[in-house]
Structures are given as structure tokens and as C-alpha cells.
Design a protein around this ligand. Structure first.
Ligand SMILES: *Cc1c(COP(=O)(O)O)cnc(C)c1O
Ligand code: SF4
Length: 412
């Protein structure tokens, strides 16, 4: 069995060597871990539809003998991936509908997603964007990126740009720097964010020279994806330390995965290990409806139970927001245990994490000082109802709305 003992330290620490030596076939994988026959069949069938790529670094974290190893399950395909469910969707978040130009998803008022590549260090078996990721390795060409940058330039409402993909940290240094510097030259872009799993799957990529380049484009934030405490290694921490020393605040966007991390006690350990390395748990995502990943989905109750297990029981900043990215373009919806039990006209009835029930009396004078702001900066959605810009929100396209429209047309 191959154990990388013949690899020099220099090679191992070279991220390009890691990429070049990624495991992409059954034959290569068999040489580094012991596969069961069921696993071999699964890999053979799945690779006809989705690709596999595993960095030697990630392989080194795997249990070579245990198919249930959480590191292994995130990287090694199984036959379940070929079993599409009735509710599976190719574009579960309807990102294509919210894409005004290629490479941009503009769903929220003040921020956009900028997809700059299809390439990832490792292809996660549970990936939401698997329809985009990894068909062939390619970075978006400059022309596409320039048009996307133009969209951002022309829309002054955008104050936050989130680089994503694929994995933005895998594009050429010069190309990433080009994108970052162009964004920095746009006045209304206040912050730039990078969403990347590279610090977890390929920490060799994070070098002193690289973070020196990144820190020129502050304020720059980064979110990584850690799903299991085993991913937090001394080598990974070295890269995290470099990013933090460069002043890049780090958050974690984990995914709730059946058989990998669907346990409150495991999450308690995970969030504690994350805050120890100064990565703040940001989101815990409910698994999406991407094709062939139903076997990773838990019920929503599992996520709520995890939050109940954490909130109040541990440091507030160690508790992520549990998020369902609603299918069909609903966007991120936070879901949490219920803490508000009831309202009366002068008090709110609440419960705490211990199950104690309390009353919070409202003040007598409840007139808000910021009504003028509300009038001059109207919000959309429920926030608009709350600040009085509008009094209702009605769904369009119902039979009732059709009748109303007919009646209105007749009266005019
Ligand atoms: C997740 C996401 C964002 C960023 O959301 P935050 O809640 O601000 O982290 C922006 N645009 C799209 C389309 C997204 O999916
Ligand atoms: S790093 Fe992200 S985009 Fe890439 S395969 Fe994993 S989940 Fe998908």
C-alpha cells in the first residue's frame, strides 16, 4: 500500500505537487486505502456521473480500513450517489434564475456571489454546486470575469462581494490578485469575502507570500468549511494562523451530514475546537437537494436539536446559525429552537435554555426614534412591514390576485 513515505517534505509542502498528485481514479485510491467490494462498485458507477479528486493531504487524514471514517465519507463516492431522489434538483438554489450576468448570483439587496472557477482542491461528495463543479478543471476566463466586474461596478447598491466557485483560492495568484484589485477599485464595494475549503483540504496553499498578497485587499473576510473535528490538524492550524495574522477574520460554514456529523455531542466538540483555533462558527447548513446526496440529508429536527444542545450551554460565539437554503431560490432561512412563547400587549413570554419561563415587561413608551430613517430608507420584505413602509405582503399569481386585478382593470 502506498503511504507517501517516498515523498520528500518539500514535495509534500508544495501545493502544486498536492494538486498534481490528487487521487482521481479507483486504481489510485486502491493503492492508498483498503476498499470494500461495495465501495469499489460505488466508485465505478459514481465516477460515470461525478468526479472524484482527493489531495494526498486529505488522504493522510483518512482511516485506511474504516469505510465509516468521516474524512473518507466526505471524499470517497458511494453507490448512493447514483440513486437520485424524486425531490433532487440540478440547481437546488435556483441560482441560475438570480444570475444577471455569467458568474454573478444577485439574490440579496446589498451583496453578490461572484463565481470565479469550477475547480476545487477536493470534490466533496455532498457538494451543492456539483452541477458546476469539476466537470473539467477550468477557471472562468477573463472576459466573463470582466463582465461580472462591470455588473458590480454599475450597481452601487452592492457593498459586499463574496468570491466563490469552485474554490477561489485555486485560481492563479495573478488572476486572483487581478480580481481583488479590480474589486478594491470599486468605491461602493466595502468588503470582500472569500468562501474556500482550501485551508482545510489543502493547507499547503496558504503560505506567507500568499497571505501577504491577500492582505493588500483588506477589509477581506474568509469563510472555510470544517464538518468534523478530525479536520482540525496541526498542519491545518498553521495555515489558519497565517490567515489570522494577516488580519483576515475566519468563519466556518459547516454542513450537517448524516453519518458524518449528525450528533449534538460531536458538534459541541467541533465548535470548541474551532474557537480554540479562532475560527468562529458562522453557519451550519442543512444539506441541499443536489442530485445524489439524499443519503447525506438529516431531518430538520436534527439541526434544531444541535442548536438546542449548544445555545446557552456554551459560549455564545461558538453557536452557529442553523440555515436552510430554501429550494427554488428562497435563500438562507435561519431555523432555531423557539424561545418566544407568547406576547401580550405589555409583555413577552420567553423561555431559556434550561426550560425556565420568564416574562419581559415592555416599556410604556414604545415609539421608535428612527421613523424618519424608515421613511427615507424603505426596506423590502418583512422588515418593511415592521417599520411601517407597507402593511402587507401578498403572494402574486394566486387566483385571488387574478380576480383582484380583473376588478381593478374594470374599474379603471
Ligand atoms: C450565501 C449567499 C450570500 C451571502 O450570505 P450571507 O448570509 O451574507 O453570508 C450571498 N449571495 C448568495 C446568492 C448566497 O447564496
Ligand atoms: S469545496 Fe465547496 S464547492 Fe468545492 S466540492 Fe467542496 S462543497 Fe463543493
Amino acid at each position: 500500500m502506498r503511504n507517501y513515505k517516498d515523498v520528500t517534505r518539500e514535495e509534500w509542502e508544495d501545493w502544486k505537487w498536492q494538486i498534481k498528485n490528487r487521487i482521481t481514479t479507483l486504481e489510485e485510491l486502491e493503492k492508498v486505502i483498503n476498499l470494500t467490494n461495495r465501495e469499489k462498485d460505488g466508485i465505478r458507477e459514481t465516477l460515470k456521473m461525478f468526479r472524484m479528486a482527493i489531495t494526498p493531504y486529505w488522504v493522510s487524514l483518512m482511516d485506511a480500513d474504516d469505510p465509516e471514517c468521516p474524512i473518507r465519507k466526505q471524499a470517497v463516492p458511494t453507490i448512493e450517489e447514483t440513486m437520485f431522489s424524486r425531490v433532487d434538483l440540478a440547481d437546488p438554489l435556483a441560482e441560475d434564475l438570480d444570475s444577471p450576468v455569467k458568474g454573478i448570483t444577485h439574490r440579496y439587496p446589498d451583496r453578490v456571489l461572484l463565481l470565479i472557477t469550477d475547480v476545487c482542491g477536493m470534490y466533496c461528495r455532498h457538494c451543492t454546486r456539483r452541477r458546476l463543479v469539476g466537470k473539467v478543471d477550468k477557471t472562468s476566463n477573463k472576459n466573463v470575469i470582466d463582465q461580472a466586474l462591470n455588473y458590480i461596478r454599475n450597481n452601487t447598491i452592492i457593498r459586499d462581494v463574496l468570491l466563490s466557485g469552485g474554490d477561489p483560492l485555486l485560481v492563479d495568484d495573478t488572476f486572483l490578485e487581478y480580481i481583488l484589485s479590480e474589486l478594491r477599485n470599486i468605491k461602493h464595494v466595502e468588503i470582500i469575502r472569500i468562501g474556500s475549503r482550501i485551508p482545510v483540504t489543502l493547507p499547503q496553499r496558504i503560505t506567507p507570500a500568499y497571505v501577504k498578497m491577500l492582505e493588500k485587499y483588506h477589509p477581506l473576510w474568509m469563510n472555510i468549511q470544517v464538518n468534523h473535528p478530525k479536520e482540525i490538524t496541526p498542519r491545518m492550524k498553521e495555515g489558519i494562523d497565517l490567515l489570522l495574522k494577516a488580519g483576515i477574520p475566519l468563519g466556518n460554514q459547516g454542513v450537517l451530514l448524516k453519518g458524518i456529523n449528525d450528533c449534538p455531542y460531536l458538534h459541541e466538540k467541533l465548535v470548541h475546537e474551532l474557537v480554540k483555533i479562532r475560527v468562529r462558527p458562522y453557519y451550519l447548513y442543512q444539506c441541499d437537494l443536489s442530485q445524489g446526496i439524499e443519503h447525506f440529508r438529516t431531518s430538520v429536527g436534527v439541526g434544531i436539536k444541535i442548536i438546542e444542545h449548544l445555545r446557552g450551554h456554551t459560549s455564545g460565539f461558538a453557536v452557529p446559525n442553523y440555515i436552510i437554503d430554501a429550494p427554488g431560490g428562497g435563500g438562507k432561512i435561519p431555523v432555531s429552537p423557539q424561545y418566544v412563547l407568547a406576547f401580550t400587549d405589555d409583555k413577552v413570554i420567553l423561555r431559556n435554555y434550561e426550560g425556565g419561563i420568564f416574562s419581559y415587561p415592555e416599556p410604556r413608551n414604545r415609539i421608535s426614534y428612527c421613523q424618519e430613517e424608515a421613511n427615507s430608507h424603505p426596506k423590502e420584505g418583512v422588515a418593511a412591514i415592521m417599520n411601517g413602509n407597507i402593511s402587507s405582503l401578498l403572494p402574486e399569481g394566486t387566483k385571488r390576485m387574478e380576480r383582484r386585478k380583473k376588478r381593478k382593470d374594470k374599474n379603471e
